[in-house]
Design a protein around this ligand. Structure first.
Ligand code: NAG
Ligand code: NAG
Length: 455
């Protein structure tokens, strides 16, 4: 009797396996075109090539990428992340610049899914870069389960959809989607879907922030192609992006015990690369040097905000200790950062001292020290307990602090003129983040650096 039960169980298991096999077998060779649809299409560039990235929810036989008269066949994905496959293809810039559109097709058995995208080139926008930081759009999930997502600001999407055609690229200075890995990557996916309308037309360049540290930057490096530190030549400027995050391993002794050594190693590599990159800039050809990162070197303290105190005392000091002397030695003109969800802009400053006399805080002739900008106003509201409030007593080198939603545009005019403009939408960080604030667009700050000393 006992033996028979065992046989019966075995029989049932075998039957189940056979039926599963046939279920599976029934679908073989058939997929829905929507499963093959390339999505999250976005692009980034370097001085030589443009990288196009997309995801697909099923492993295809192959994908093709066509631009101008060139076709590229990709038989292998670059990364599998969570439940999707990520493809990256690098195309020489000269091909991209002469093309107005590109197409991506993915194939599986008899099925095919294709999409066509138009590129946006406009000579008028050349050398204009849009900067923003700490930006999320995600609606999925229970926000209170995640760090710093009390109220995200999805209305910046409308703003970017309206204004992307005024610049040649967008740079996101860290803290991406809050967080790329949340809900097994769903937030990152949703964020990239939201960006697609403009990130498939102009480069969307991502710099790492503290929210990308988890899993040692894996999600960031899978979903973007910029790297942890990199540089770009844009007109007569060199823009150098560094990771501020390698410097903070010691602040989380319990969270990252085994990662300290790795972070220290990355830090040393980055500093050596930074010095070499700065040294190699020929200032007669490329007079402007701009460094961008997530965490700032200078920001005004505010005792009323514990968040600001932590960033503007401890973290800013770590950043200054690590990088200020390098910036001074190589005569960096401008630093642009985020992390603080405000906008703040300094005078030329060196070791806490204003360098020069300034009646006019909007035009600087041959300044002798860098100007620093914090542009994290796209950042989420962190909630009542961690407010980024504006101090009534800004530090002496600070010209302006504002809190309303916004972005900045850097224009590299020519060998002698570099201009930064900050645009604001709405009037307070407590503005309704779900209504269209675009009609309230206004100029918050503008400054011009004029340099003739190198000619
Ligand atoms: C590239 O692929 C497209 C679409 O599959 C095709 O129409 C075109 O002829 C191909 N071009 C070349 C140069 O192979
Ligand atoms: C550089 O750009 C500025 C601002 O647009 C302009 O006023 C100036 O004439 C330009 N200089 C040269 C040499 O083109």
């Amino acid at each position: 009797m006992k033996v028979r039960i065992e046989y019966a169980i075995l029989g049932i298991v075998a039957l189940a396996m056979v039926s599963i096999f046939f279920e599976f077998e029934n679908r073989k060779g058939y997929v829905l075109p929507s499963q093959l649809r390339p999505y999250n299409v976005h692009m980034t560039n370097s001085d030589r090539e443009t990288t196009f990235l997309w995801s697909i929810g099923i492993y295809p036989d192959y994908c093709t990428f066509s631009i101008s008269s060139s076709n590229y066949t990709l038989t292998k994905y670059n990364q599998k992340l969570y439940f999707y496959y990520i493809y990256k293809v690098k195309i020489p810039n000269n091909i991209v610049h002469f093309s107005s559109s590109y197409s991506i097709s993915c194939h599986l058995s008899q099925e095919l899914s294709s999409r066509i995208f138009s590129l946006h080139h406009n000579i008028k926008n050349k050398n204009k870069i849009l900067f923003l930081g700490d930006f999320s759009t995600s609606r999925i999930g229970d926000a209170s389960n995640y760090q710093h997502t009390q109220t995200y600001k999805p209305n910046i999407l409308t703003i970017l959809e309206n204004d992307y055609d005024q610049v040649s690229e967008i740079w996101h200075l860290g803290d991406i989607a809050y967080d790329l890995f949340s809900l097994k990557g769903l937030r990152g996916e949703e964020f990239l879907m939201d960006l697609e309308p403009f990130a498939s037309k102009i480069p969307y360049i991502a710099v790492v922030g503290n929210h990308e540290i988890k899993s040692l930057f894996r999600d960031y490096q899978s979903l973007f192609a910029d790297g942890l530190y990199f540089s770009r030549t844009i007109g007569q400027s060199k823009i150098i992006a560094i990771s501020s995050e390698f410097d903070f391993y010691f602040m989380k002794p319990f969270a990252f015990p085994y990662k300290h050594g790795y972070f220290q190693y990355l830090k040393q590599k980055q500093v050596a690369w930074l010095k070499k990159t700065l040294e190699e800039v020929d200032r007669k050809v490329t007079p402007w040097v701009i460094v961008v990162a997530h965490k700032p070197l200078y920001c005004s303290q505010n005792e009323e905000s514990s968040m600001i105190m932590q960033v503007c005392t401890i973290q800013a000091r770590v950043m200054r200790d690590a990088y200020e002397d390098i910036f001074l030695k190589y005569e960096v003109d401008l630093g642009i950062f985020a992390h603080i969800h405000l906008y703040e802009r300094t005078l030329p400053v060196k070791h806490h001292e204003i360098i020069g006399d300034y009646e006019d805080t909007k035009v600087f002739y041959n300044p002798k020290a860098p100007i620093y900008v914090i542009n994290g106003v796209a950042g989420n509201l962190e909630g009542e307990s961690i407010v980024f409030s504006i101090t009534e007593t800004p530090d002496p080198w600070t010209v302006l602090i504002t809190e309303n939603l916004g972005y900045g545009i850097l224009t590299v005019h020519n060998f002698t003129h570099l201009e930064y403009r900050q645009y604001g939408f709405g009037y307070s960080q407590w503005d309704n983040a779900f209504i269209d604030l675009y009609p309230t667009k206004h100029l918050i700050d503008t400054f011009l650096i004029v340099k003739t000393s190198h000619i």
